[in-house]
Each structure stands twice: as structure tokens, then as C-alpha cells.
Design a protein around this ligand. Structure first.
Ligand SMILES: Nc1nc2c(c(=O)[nH]1)N[C@H]1C(S)=C(S)[C@@H](COP(=O)(O)O)O[C@H]1N2
Ligand SMILES: [Mo]
Length: 314
């Protein structure tokens, strides 16, 4: 077993990619080492030893330290450091996902069961936050399409709605008298977007169990959209006919649309989206990078939006 609990990982473990790949090979050789508490044995070493999954970028991976300490997860506070400090209180074992709505096989699925039915892959994706920063993250996950096929959506299902667990006792951000967002956090995709092979459900990061601050035990990753579409700690997936509400759109509809495709030509009302700061690229003279349409994944996803005015459907 290659994936181990995030609790085992000490902060000093800022692992350069080469080292971590070596370590993974070692761990692969000694399968059975350190079974992650949260991640079932389904993710065996053979599955994960495929070094790079489809669509992975060759760009320099953001350090594990940055990926796990600079987070947005408002259920644990609004500043970037809060999730790494407080998200350990979320109990991710056992975990189930309720699948309901217009679907042939509605059920409360155990996470192990869902993971077992698909092959895990490493996907190294560029990620772009609507706030203007970006990272390159080595996720471990499986295609969302695999889960969708398995639960057999009905013909009338046109959208997939996602919900984050609502656990006030385990999520300090939900205890506030002046909530920043309407809880639970909700997100959605059009069914054809959700079926695109780029969209994955991630259960790991850097070859290890997903840390809580990154959305353990299972979160959505849609790399051609702004980060807020990547809903964390998913507890419910519903198949629906109409466009479902999304948390950030509810909070400020003129700033955050349902589509949220990365687009340098559509500014946020309060700032430009033309450029981005790659986290970890320090120094006084480091230039911001140009932001690219669909975050560089146009080849895979542009056809989903053929004929749509992306200024209107932002
Ligand atoms: N439930 C939940 N999911 C969430 C958020 C959140 O506040 N709550 N923040 C979103 C935002 S704005 C971003 S940029 C990404 C950040 O994911 P990361 O911390 O793994 O980089 O998570 C998204 N998913
Ligand atoms: Mo974000």
C-alpha cells in the first residue's frame, strides 16, 4: 500500500519530485507498508506505480509545503494558513457519499467501494485560483466519469451537483454567527463537463493520502476551471435536470459564474484575470505568467463550449 495517512507526514518533509518518485518506487517494492487510515487497500502499489497519468503536465511541480499550507477551505477559516492548522479535526473515516436524484443506482456508497471500482492514476495538473495565483499539483485520483457511469444517470439528468460535508462540530468556520458562505458548500458541473476525462475525483496528493486541508477524503479536480469549482470533502452527488446553485455564485453572482472557466479575456469585476502568480516562484523580479484560456486544457475541453458566449457564461 503506497498511500499513507497525512498524519504521518512531518512538515519538514518538503519533498522534491525526484525524491518522492524514488520513495514511491521503494514503497511500491515493499507493498503493504503503512496502509493509510483513510485510503483503502484498493489503491495498491501496482496501480500507483504508473508514474504519470494521462494529461499530466511536465511543468515544475509546486512544493508539497506550498500545496498543503496555502489553501482555501472556508469551513476552516478564510485565511490561507487556517486549513492546514485546523482541518485535522475533520473525521474522514468512515466516509460515505450519498448518490441521489435522476440516477439508476442511488445509494449511500462507502468510499472504499467507490475507489475500488476505478484505477487510480497520478495526474499532474496546473491549477488556477480565481484570486490570481496558480500551482502545479500531483493529484492521485480517478476519472469522475467512472463513478458517473457506474451509478447510471437517467436520460433527463443534465447536471451533476456536489455537496461538501456539513459538520459544525468538526468545522470551526461553520460556527460563525456571520457565515461567509451559505453552508454546506455546493458546486456543480454540466453532465458533459463532468464526463470529460480531465475531470477527476482526487483521493491523494504527492503519492500519499489526501491531507484534510486539500479536501480529504475525496474532492473534485477540474483543472480548466477556477479553483473554487474543486469542491472538497464531498458527501453527496446528485443528478439533476436544472443548473444547480453554486456557493460562490450565490455569494456574488456578478463575480462568480456557474461555468468559471479559466479565461484571460474575462476579467473579474474587481481585478484582471490576464496574468497569474505561480506559487513558489519567489523573488523580487519574478514576472507574473500570462493566464491561458481554459488554463491550457483547450484541446480537451474547448468543444464543450462551442457556440457559447464565454463573456456571458463566465
Ligand atoms: N468545501 C470547500 N471546497 C473548496 C473551497 C472551500 O472553501 N470549501 N475552496 C475552493 C477554492 S477557492 C480553491 S482555490 C480550492 C483550493 O484547493 P487546494 O487547497 O487543494 O489547493 O478549493 C476549492 N474547494
Ligand atoms: Mo480559489
Amino acid at each position: 500500500m503506497l498511500i499513507r495517512p497525512a498524519a504521518d507526514i512531518v512538515p519538514s518533509e518538503i519533498t522534491p519530485r525526484e525524491v518522492y518518485l524514488n520513495r514511491r518506487q521503494l514503497m511500491g517494492a515493499a507493498a503493504g507498508v503503512a496502509l493509510g487510515a483513510g485510503l483503502p487497500a484498493a489503491a495498491d502499489a501496482a496501480q500507483l506505480s504508473a508514474v504519470k497519468g494521462r494529461f499530466s503536465t511536465d511543468e515544475k511541480v509546486t512544493s508539497r509545503e506550498d500545496v498543503t499550507t496555502y489553501n482555501n477551505y472556508y469551513e476552516f477559516g478564510v485565511d490561507k494558513a487556517a486549513p492546514a492548522k485546523y482541518a485535522h479535526t475533520l473525521k474522514t473515516v468512515p466516509w460515505t457519499i450519498k448518490v441521489d436524484g435522476l440516477v439508476g443506482k442511488p445509494a449511500e456508497y462507502a468510499l472504499e467501494d467507490l475507489i475500488k471500482s476505478s484505477a487510480l492514476e497520478e495526474r499532474i495538473y496546473r491549477m488556477r485560483c480565481v484570486e490570481g495565483w496558480s500551482m502545479v499539483i500531483p493529484w492521485v485520483g480517478f476519472p469522475l466519469a467512472d463513478l458517473i457511469r457506474r451509478v447510471e444517470p437517467q436520460g433527463s439528468a443534465k447536471y451533476v451537483a456536489f455537496e461538501t460535508a456539513y459538520r459544525p462540530k468538526e468545522m470551526p468556520g461553520l460556527q460563525s454567527a456571520f457565515p461567509v458562505l451559505d453552508w454546506p458548500y455546493v458546486e456543480g458541473l454540466r453532465l458533459d463537463e463532468a464526463m470529460n476525462p480531465l475531470a477527476i475525483l482526487a483521493v491523494g496528493l504527492y503519492g500519499e493520502t489526501l491531507p484534510n486541508q486539500n479536501g480529504a477524503p475525496i474532492r473534485l479536480v477540474v483543472p480548466w476551471k477556477y479553483g473554487f469549482k474543486g469542491i472538497k470533502s464531498i458527501s453527496r452527488i446528485s443528478f439533476v435536470e436544472k443548473e444547480p446553485p453554486t456557493s460562490w455564485n450565490r455569494q456574488a453572482a456578478n463575480e462568480y459564474g456557474f461555468y468559471a472557466n479559466v479565461n484571460p479575456a474575462v476579467d473579474h469585476p474587481r481585478w484582471s484575470q490576464a496574468t497569474e502568480r505561480r506559487i513558489g516562484e519567489g523573488g523580487l523580479f519574478v514576472k507574473r505568467r500570462p493566464t491561458v484560456l481554459f488554463n491550457g486544457y483547450a484541446e480537451q475541453v474547448a468543444s464543450l463550449y462551442a457556440g457559447m458566449d464565454l463573456k456571458k457564461f463566465y
